[in-house]
Every structure is written in C-alpha cells, then in structure tokens.
Design a protein around this ligand. Structure first.
Ligand SMILES: Cc1ncc(COP(=O)(O)O)c(C=O)c1O
Length: 387
C-alpha cells in the first residue's frame, strides 16, 4: 500500500486481510471468552497472540487499529459507549491528587462523571468558560494540573474553543490534553497535528453510523496509550464483537455519510437563519457564528449537528406544534445515524451564559435536503398558526 493515502481510502481498506481470511473481505466476528493455549508452557508464558476474550480478539483489534490508523496515533482502546470512552480517557491519565480542567460546555453525561465520580477518586475538578483565552487559561494551572479537557464545539451551544492557544498553554505547563472529537471526527479535526494527547470519539455516532451500536474509542500515543489500555484492561472494559463488526462496517462509508450529513446540516442551518422567529443559528460553519473564524482555522469541515434559538416571545406550545408534527425529524438524542433528529435538551451551565429563548438541536441525517426543508417549512407554518 502507498505510504500516504487519504482518509477516504483508509476507511475503506483499514484492517482488511482477505488473504488470511479465505479471501473474505470483511473481518470475521470472533465471539470469545475462553481462548485456549496448546500447552501449559505457552499458557504460563502468554505466548499466544490472544489469551482472554475480554482483553482482545482479532475483531476488536481490527476495529481499534482502523481508528488508530485514521488518527495516525499508536493505539486505540475501545469502550462500550462513547461516554465510557470519555470516562476511560480521563481516568486513564489521572490519579488521586491531580487537578483537571473541563469546559463548562462539556457533553452533559460527561459532566455528571466529572462532577460526581472524579472527586470521589480524589481528583480536583475545575470548570472553565469554553471561550476562555490562552492567557486566562494560564492562570488556572497549578503544580497539580495534569489534564486539560477540550470539547469543541460545545455540547448543545456550539461554542468553538481557541484550541491552538489552549493546547499551547497546556504544553507550557507540561499538562496532557484530551479532546472529545465526536463532532470533529478524524476527518475534520486533525488532533495529532494540533498536539492533542488523548482523543475520544463516540463511535456510536458517525463511525457506526446506523443508530444501532453503542461504542467509543480512546486514541493516544506511547506511554499515555499504555496507561489507558492498562486502565481498560484492569477495569474489565470490553466491547461485544458484533458491535465492533458493525462499527467497522459503518466506518467503510463514514466519509460519504459525514459529507452528506454535513451538506444537509448547512442547508438546514441556512434555511433556519432566514426565519423571522429564529434569533440565532449556532452552526460553526455559518459566517454568522461568533467563532466562525476559529472553526475555519482549525477544522476542515463540520458535522450535521447544530442548534438554533427562538425569539424569547415564541411560546413553548407553538414550538411543540412545530416539532411534534415533523415527518422526518424524530425527537431523540443519539446523533450520527442515517436519520434526522431534533431535541430540546436540558442544558446545565455554571459559568458560560446560555442563549435567551428556546434552543433546539438538529441532527441532519441522510434524507434529501429538499424533503427536510419542506418538513421544516410545514413545521414553521404550524408554529405560526399556534401563535
Ligand atoms: C460529544 C459527545 N460525546 C460523547 C457522547 C457519548 O456517546 P454515547 O452515547 O455512545 O455514550 C455523546 C453522545 O451524544 C456526544 O454527543
């Protein structure tokens, strides 16, 4: 294989070894708990490549290596959900007595882990405003700060962090940087080039991509990767082989689905921006987004996930009339599949201000943009009737 290939080609060919598999293209699904050794000496000395199902099989390895390769990092450790990958990536590098910094706009379930579990482990946690500057961030570091956690854009509110400045600040303080890159994906945010040490991606979303798998990946290099793998191993984290298979199968078309979802997301965001009841569309790829320039500088594309905010005068019952009658936008949270979604989540913030007015989040799936826009048009007609 040529040394430098595009990510499009990488996802199509990653982890395929048809020759070793009777010519069959797809990676076999090994269901395994027991893995036996041919003799006691091999068993005692762990000579087999695999020796315990939970610790790894050709199926889990294929899925993990495909994602590690996509990010250009040494290793990738899988976990049974995106959230458990977040917890693994954080716990794997922290220890009792450490101080760690998290954005106020962190994914809501990750926030619950950070607020409720990390302090029990003796980790001091501190939240920071997602739009903090590098200079302001420098003041947060103490001798005990071990981890700067990033998530850009912010969950539900889509603030784009000043990633280069924040990462540079962490490096000056000899501190590890982790990012939840589920929105950016390996296609749109080059975490390694930006100096990130630990990348977390919910494979549940665009990688698996068909709304039927929960799984997450933590990607890292060298000693950091080793610590994370040890943590996963010592705490018994593992993913069912069928889920790895589905994730790998999803990965083959991820680039195409991502682009289609991205294009639909932009089309919907542009359409929504023109509606008089909407005061803001929080989509980083729109020139009206306050951190649009940061997105352009750091990312090469966008996910089809964004929010929009109604004028405060619009009552909830009119918004309900809009949403409840939609034909193609199901009401739900776990995005990245083929179908479009809409939600109105409870958002917790203790530092960053929330937009005034009702905020809805859209995930643009793979339907035709014209049908999605027609669906929203009918929805806005219902909203206007209900005013
Ligand atoms: C940014 C982000 N990270 C992590 C997760 C968690 O993924 P999972 O649902 O697989 O636990 C989500 C889920 O919505 C998410 O949006």
């Amino acid at each position: 294989m040529p040394k430098k290939i595009t990510k499009d080609t990488a996802v199509v060919h990653a982890s395929i070894d048809a020759e070793a598999n009777h010519g069959i293209v797809n990676v076999p699904v090994y269901h395994a708990s027991t893995i036996t050794s041919p003799n006691l000496d091999d068993y005692r000395n762990h000579r087999g490549r695999y020796d315990y199902g939970r610790i790894g099989t050709p199926t889990s390895e294929a899925s993990e290596q495909a994602v590690a390769g996509l990010y250009g990092m040494d290793d990738c450790v899988s976990a049974p959900s995106g959230l458990s990958a977040v917890c693994l990536g954080i716990s794997g590098v922290l220890a009792c007595g450490d101080h760690a910094l998290f954005p106020d706009s962190i994914y809501g379930s990750a926030r619950k882990f950070v607020e409720n579990i990390l302090p029990r482990m003796g980790v001091e946690v501190e939240f920071y405003a997602p739009l903090i500057s590098g200079d302001e961030m420098a003041e947060r570091f103490t001798a005990k700060t071990r981890l700067l956690y990033l998530e850009s854009p912010g969950s539900q509110t889509f603030e784009m962090q000043d990633l280069p400045a924040l990462i540079a600040c962490a490096k000056r303080h000899d501190c590890l940087v982790a990012i939840d890159n589920t929105w950016g994906t390996a296609f749109h945010f080059d975490a390694v080039a930006h100096g990130v040490d630990v990348v977390i991606e919910a494979g549940t979303k665009y990688i698996a991509g068909h709304s039927d798998v929960s799984l997450g990946y933590v990607i890292a290099n060298g000693a950091t990767a080793k610590r994370i793998r040890e943590y996963a191993r010592f705490t018994g984290l593992c993913v069912a082989p069928d889920d790895h298979y589905l994730a790998l199968r999803g990965l083959r078309t991820m680039h195409l689905r991502l682009r289609a979802s991205e294009a639909n997301g932009i089309a919907l965001a542009v359409w929504l921006e023109a509606q008089s009841e909407i005061v803001a569309v929080l989509h980083p790829a729109l020139p009206s987004h306050p951190q649009h320039q940061a997105w352009r500088r750091d990312f090469t594309g966008s996910a089809g996930l964004f929010s929009f905010v109604f004028d405060e005068a619009i009552p909830q019952k009119a918004i309900d009339a809009l949403v409840d009658g939609l034909a193609f936008f199901a009401i739900g949270d776990s995005w990245g599949g083929y179908e479009s979604l809409i939600n109105q989540a409870k958002i917790k913030r203790t530092i960053a201000p929330l937009p005034q007015g009702t905020l809805l989040r859209i995930y643009a799936g793979l339907e035709h943009a014209d049908d999605l826009i027609a669906d929203l048009e009918a929805g806005f007609a219902r909203l206007r009737d209900a005013l």
